[in-house]
Design a binder for this molecule. Structure first.
Ligand SMILES: N[C@@H](CCC[C@H](N)C(=O)O)C(=O)O
Length: 282
């Protein structure tokens, strides 16, 4: 059997994509944390911030637990791993690439995705769709603030808003230019607020409530060029800090640009998804 792989990214948050629609190629015991680390290794492997397995929900052992009554409505499951082999609940850049890869593989018709397709994730179901201009949108669900915290970086500490997007974030608005901050190590945070670890965003407001610039240190990865869930958490923190509770925020990240709409009790992330290669593992 050959192991087909794809490589792609969303705003340069990059992933090794494993097509496995019937769950026969990469069952849980084969896609071990060590195997994920090998695939994501940037010199000895293919390189990536994580792995996305394209698999039908009915072949994922923990899908019934995480999807509950929505299991039947989610044909597909985004089986996401961080580069260190850990599972994450949700990945906003990954889920757009997931849909794009399903289309590329002929498993979904892009034209049929305009109204969105419900995809299972470990954070619950998420609706993902195609835009007319070739990008993808995701209904990410509500941003849920759960307190205030502090991230200690080598140069000092930043205050932030703790926000759950299914996965945990600490979005730190700062006047210090984000380019100058040191994100080479995991920022130190209060473990009691983040018992499962946290993704830390550092954010400059360029236009209040409308435009921000962000860098991120991701749990289980390190600094990445973009983070979709982090973009929504940062947009939410910036929007609420401006006194608004609805609006659209443009989020500039080192790997490109995302758009976040916050309204009607939910958040919608829109951005690109790009496949750059396909091949087989040796
Ligand atoms: N890059 C992702 C988030 C991936 C998961 C994250 N590292 C975590 O552990 O929560 C995104 O685009 O949202």
């Amino acid at each position: 059997m050959t192991d087909r792989v794809l490589k792609g990214h969303g705003t340069e948050n990059d992933f090794v994509v494993l097509p496995d629609p019937d769950g026969a190629v990469w069952p849980e015991d084969r896609l071990s944390p060590e195997q994920v680390r090998t695939l994501c290794e940037r010199r000895a492997g293919l390189g990536g911030d994580g792995v996305l397995r394209l698999v039908r929900s009915r072949h994922v052992p923990d899908a019934p637990d995480v999807l509950g009554d929505d299991l039947a409505a989610c044909e597909w499951f985004m089986d996401h791993r961080n580069a260190d082999g850990s599972h994450a609940e949700m990945c906003g850049n990954g889920i757009r690439l997931f849909l794009h890869a399903l289309v590329h593989e002929g498993l979904l018709d892009r034209a049929a995705c305009t109204d969105g397709v419900l995809v299972g994730t470990r954070g619950g179901p998420r609706r993902v769709g195609a835009t007319d201009d070739g990008r993808y949108w995701v209904d990410m669900g509500p941003a849920r603030p759960f307190g205030h915290g502090e991230a200690k970086l080598p140069g000092g500490a930043l205050a932030g808003l703790a926000v759950s997007m299914g996965n945990p974030h600490l979005a730190c608005l700062t006047d210090v230019p984000v380019e100058s901050l040191d994100l080479s190590a995991q920022p130190v945070v209060e473990p009691a607020l983040f018992p499962e670890g946290v993704n830390v965003e550092v954010v400059n407001v360029l236009e209040p409530g409308a435009h921000i610039r962000m860098r991120v240190h991701e749990r289980g990865v390190g600094e990445t060029r973009s983070c979709g869930t982090g973009a929504v958490a940062a947009a939410y923190a910036a929007l609420t800090a401006s006194g608004a509770d609805t609006g659209t925020v443009t989020v500039d990240v080192p790997g490109g640009r995302l758009s976040v709409r916050i309204a009607d009790g939910t958040t919608v992330l829109t951005g690109p998804a790009v496949l750059v290669a396909e091949g087989v593992l040796l």
